[in-house]
Every structure is written in C-alpha cells, then in structure tokens.
Design a protein around this ligand. Structure first.
Ligand code: PNS
Length: 159
C-alpha cells in the first residue's frame, strides 16, 4: 500500500489545494489530507471547522481521508505508516519555503517529499490572499468550494 500525506493549514481549503489533492490522489493508493497548525500564521477557522470543510470538499474522492495532526508531521507519517509527503508548489517562493522542510523531514525519518506543480490557472490562489480579499469585500467565490465561500461570508459578517 502506498500511502501519502498531504499536510497544510487549510485555513480555509481553496480550489488550489483541491487541485493538488485530486491529482495526488491519482498517484497514491491512499492519500491522507492532514490539517496542522502553522504557528507563524494567524488563523480564521478553528481546527474542527477546517476539518469539516476539507471533509466536505474531498467527499467525492474515495481514496482520500482527512485527519488532524499535532506535533511533527514526520511523527504523524510514522503513526499512520505513510511513505511520502505531498506538497503543491506555486513558484519559487514556495520552493524556497518547502525545500528546507522537505530536507529536514528526510533527515529526521527518511520520509520523502513529492512536489506537485500547481495548475497554471491557480498559481495565484492562497488561503492568505483569499482571506484578505474576502475581508475587504472582494469576490472569492471562484477560488474556494461553495460551502467554504458560505462559511467565509458568515465568519466575516457578510452573510
Ligand atoms: O499550509 P502551511 O502553512 O504550508 O502548512 C504548514 C504545515 C502545518 C504543514 C507545517 O508547518 C508542518 O508540517 N507543521 C508541523 C510541525 C513540523 O513538523 N514542523 C517541522 C517541519 S520541518
């Protein structure tokens, strides 16, 4: 069984994430999408809300499951016997950020990281920008699943 983990903050999940999840799910027998917390980022949705939105968005992918994790991603990979970590890459900045993490994770336990290039049409989409644009009333309806859009509007007092 080849099992991979796709970790992230997913605050909230975007169409960019879902493109990577969908394509990665075709590469591995099983893909576990894992929500963690990036201590350096401010958060709009709590862990349970992020899990719920992800579960709903991935419901049509039979070999994808969604779990939360705390602590090191390498420990979570060991716990569930995952052989690889999958990360999407939008460009050079992502690469600069992800490469040392991939190398550190390989150093810690030998787990490999597989980088999947973002679809060119989604390269500008990030949770951070989606939240910023939505906060100031911009239209992000084409960038997140409809259920996430509804929750964003509610959270920001626009519903
Ligand atoms: O969406 P993000 O911010 O890219 O997600 C980052 C996340 C949560 C996947 C990353 O910070 C992470 O793996 N955190 C777990 C703690 C850990 O293992 N840190 C060492 C990485 S080398």
């Amino acid at each position: 069984m080849t099992r991979a983990v796709c970790p992230g903050s997913f605050d909230p999940v975007t169409n960019g994430h879902l493109d990577i999840i969908r394509r990665a799910s075709a590469l591995f027998e099983e893909l576990v999408v894992a929500t963690g917390t990036n201590a350096s980022k401010s958060r709009l949705f709590d862990p349970d809300e992020r899990l719920e939105m992800l579960r709903e968005a991935c419901a049509d992918l039979p070999n994808v499951s969604v779990r939360g994790f705390t602590g090191l991603i390498v420990d979570f990979c060991r716990e569930i016997d995952a052989q690889a970590i999958v990360k999407g890459l939008r460009g050079g900045n992502d690469y600069e950020y992800e490469l040392p993490m991939a190398q550190m994770n390989a150093h810690l336990t030998g787990v490999e990281t597989v980088f999947v290039p973002t679809d060119a049409s989604l390269g500008y989409v990030s949770s951070t920008l989606v939240k910023e644009v939505a906060t100031f009333g911009g239209d992000v309806s084409g960038l997140v699943p409809p259920a996430v859009h509804r929750r964003l509007q509610e959270r920001l007092g626009r519903a």
